[in-house]
Design a protein around this ligand. Sequence first.
Ligand code: CMP
Length: 230
Amino acid sequence: MGRYKRFVREVSIFSDLDEGSLDRLESLLTLRSYSKDALIVSHDESGDALFIVVSGRAKAVLRGNSGREVILYLFRQGDFFGEMSLLDNQPRSASVEACEDTSLLVLRREAFLHHIERYPQTALSVLREMSRRLRYADEIIGSLALLDVYARVARMLRDMGERDGEETEEGVLIPDRPTQQDMAGMIGASRETVSRALSDLARRGYIELSGKNVLLRHAFLMGGDIARLR
Ligand code: CMP
């Protein structure tokens, strides 16, 4: 078996491929490593490759002149990014930076475009994932306009619980949560506000904070209308 095949088979956009197609695809991939905080893709530059996260985490970010950052999305193992420039021939829509030491598989533009022309099932999977990301972006836009910061923190925790959480007897455990600074960047708030909201939720017994873990207790998960938690 090739070096990356076992991993590529588990990547959602390639999971429908047969053995021969996986072999061909695998021969086109190269592995690159980035240290924590390294810039992987630069906003406004032209794009020439698609990236798939093998290990570590990366974030899609936009930065204002003041240095303030908005985090559009966090990518983890099995996620891909960099598809937008390849599909619409426009510059990169955001920067992507490594949140920790991160390894990525790189697929050059021509190879990616050739692959999705040849394998419509991959094109459909990419579309499905892009719809999912658009839905998430819609939720964030809605919550920026409709929810106060406290409710946005609560919603973000629930989203993380659904995506990354592990069921336990006491509730849902989110292991290795993002930093408070990154959480703030994800919901358009300051780090201090996120810190205050987390402490408040913990004081009321809705969540438990321990190092990089957050436990979402049943009372929090069944909170229904987030505003009622206040
Ligand atoms: P591209 O524009 O080529 O380079 C930046 C990448 O960040 C982009 O492709 C997407 O893969 C990713 N990206 C940009 N905006 C979002 C978003 N709102 N949600 C998820 N991923 C995004």
